[in-house]
Design a protein around this ligand. Structure first.
Ligand code: G4P
Length: 537
């Protein structure tokens, strides 16, 4: 293959990341501001209105119709200051599903968005954990600083205690809670003052650069606030962790930025610093060892499959993340998992609201491919005759369970085919209760949406309606040990014992408490959050 001269520079300028947060922390607002800076959208509110539309609908068909719209925002690409930015959306609310986790397999870093008043919330914690397991860098943006909230020190402590990661504030709020006047940039020793009063602007005072105890600062912000700022900075410098880029890149230290997405305050400095510090696409692990993105051989993996985005066409899109080489429209690739050769003639890319056909893409980019029904989550595609696969995707522990069976026993065959296909695609996880016969299955999923999709697709694509009965279990644990005899284990009467698709033993518990009880009382058995040899906590 001929060499690709631009490959190295294209990789260097790419930043592919996701924003992880709990609903309402301000992810939509922040994304929109980033798109505005990048010139990708011109109207404030356009991302928002899509979101409002999405949540205003309740009827499933309507949701599906909207899905065609929402998917366009699931990957957003734009340029800023020479960088090519790919933001991958991590759906929350009712849209929370395994896809949300899998998206994190395709990014090189994450931005953790926290509401200053609420601190670390459940969804943030779950998503953080997946990022931490992957060892990717996590940047923190504390949002809504225009409002009352927790103190910055309290938030730092919470991050360290709850998430077990050290933090380094890149800037520091000036003033008192709820009435911050701006932020002090520790690296530049510069104040950025918040301009109150409706313009949603932000300005930097050039004359106020210098050491924090410069009297010029005191004059502008007042003696009291200045003293508090000096004391805080001194405390951070003396007692806080040091900035260490390597630790950030290893995912051991998170740089924290304070600001307000809504009022635009602190957003641009955050974006610029983030782009400077965040990593470019890195080498990926394959069955043949590490693969450098600068390798001239094209390779990618499938991280998400979106079915039926357009009900009129029954189309399926497979989202691939390019890992090495150059992607070109019309190229023929090997689909390693089936051994098939595929011509990629209509690759799509997503920029804000539009789907567009693209001609080429580089490592870090996301491309949407029409899926003739061959792709599965985690599949590898390669541009030439090489033969390797990317590291397997982890299985994420399901948190909701339902017993399902075909409503009409005459449709049993279609039902079985459907759930097996959807499990292979990664849309659901299947379990079988011992002694329960072959008519019913236990389906596990991360979020409610996955059950809705299951019901809808089984009916639409396989003609099988479902009887679905939700079960009161919330935690699944794979049991590991020698010759496990569940009946001899203590306290397992609260759990349901099932087998996964590979016949491995799994216990479903009603809550964390009963899991803890069983763990404490059965020391010879390991309770794994994922199948053995995939990910272990
Ligand atoms: P999400 O995508 O993370 O769910 O959050 P989203 O951006 O929709 O923001 C949730 C709410 O928080 C919105 O208010 C939004 O305006 C508000 N918000 C976002 N950033 C800031 C900020 O920096 N400061 C303050 N004070 N509020 C912020 P809403 O009332 O739900 O919607 P809307 O009426 O503002 O549209």
């Amino acid at each position: 293959m001929a060499s690709i001269p631009e490959l190295s520079s294209e990789i260097k300028r790419r930043r592919t990341f996701a924003i992880i947060s709990h609903p309402d922390a301000g992810k939509t607002t922040l994304t929109e501001k980033l798109l505005l800076y990048g010139g990708a959208i011109h109207l404030a509110g356009s991302v928002k209105s899509r979101k409002a539309q999405r949540h205003a609908v309740s009827d499933w068909m309507e949701i599906e119709k909207q899905r065609g719209i929402s998917v366009t925002s699931s990957v957003m690409q734009f340029d800023y200051d020479g960088y090519r930015i790919n933001i991958l959306d991590t759906p929350g609310h009712d849209d929370f599903s395994e896809d949300t986790y899998r998206t994190l397999m395709a990014v090189d870093s994450a931005v953790m968005l926290i509401d200053v008043a609420k601190g670390i919330e459940t969804q943030t914690k779950k998503l953080f954990k997946v990022c931490k397991q992957r060892g990717i860098p996590i940047f923190t943006f504390v949002n809504k600083l225009d409002r009352n909230g927790k103190s910055p020190f309290e938030l730092m402590e919470e991050i360290e205690k709850v998430l077990n990661i050290k933090s380094y504030p890149m800037n520091w709020p000036i003033g008192i809670d709820g009435e911050y006047k701006g932020v002090y940039n520790r690296n530049l020793a510069q104040m950025e003052l918040f301009e109150s009063g409706g313009s949603h602007g932000q300005w930097v005072l050039p004359s106020t650069m210098g050491s924090v105890d410069d009297p010029a600062f005191a004059e502008i912000i007042g003696q009291d606030i200045h003293k508090t700022l000096c004391d805080d900075i001194e405390l951070l410098d003396m007692a806080g962790d040091e900035f260490d880029l390597q630790k950030v890149l290893n995912g051991e230290l998170t740089p924290i930025f304070f600001g307000s997405a809504m009022t635009n305050f602190g957003v641009r400095p955050f974006l610029e610093e983030f782009l400077r510090l965040a990593p470019q696409p890195a080498a990926r692990i394959t069955s043949e060892g590490k693969l450098d993105p600068e390798s001239e051989h094209f390779s990618a993996f499938v991280f998400k499959i979106q079915a039926n985005m357009n009900p009129a066409h029954r189309d399926r899109l497979a989202f691939i993340r390019v890992c090495s080489g150059k992607f070109e429209r019309g190229m023929t690739v090997n689909h390693i998992n089936t051994g098939k050769k595929l011509k990629l003639s209509q690759p799509q890319q997503f920029l804000a609201q539009d789907r567009t056909i693209i001609d080429d893409a580089y490592p870090g980019d996301i491309v949407g491919l029409f899926d003739p029904g061959v792709f599965g989550i985690g599949d590898t595609i390669i541009g030439d005759s090489e033969n390797f696969t990317f590291e397997a995707f982890p299985t994420f522990p399901p948190e909701r369970f339902a017993r399902v069976q075909a409503k009409d026993t005459m449709k049993r065959k279609q039902f079985l085919k459907g759930i097996k296909q959807l499990a292979q695609e990664g849309a659901i996880q299947i379990f079988r209760q011992e002694d329960a016969g072959t008519e019913s299955f236990i389906i596990g999923a991360v979020g409610q949406l996955q059950f809705e999709v299951l019901e809808h697709r089984l009916k639409g694509e396989y003609g099988a309606e479902l009887l679905m009965h939700f079960l009161g279990y919330e935690v699944a644990r794979w049991l590991k040990g020698d010759n496990i005899d569940v009946r001899a284990m203590k306290g397992m009467d609260r759990a349901m014992i099932v087998r996964d698709i590979k016949e491995r033993l799994v216990a479903l518990f009603p809550n964390e408490w009963s899991l803890q009880w069983s763990t404490d009382n059965n020391p010879k058995v390991e309770f794994l959050a994922a199948p053995p040899a995939v990910i272990e906590e």
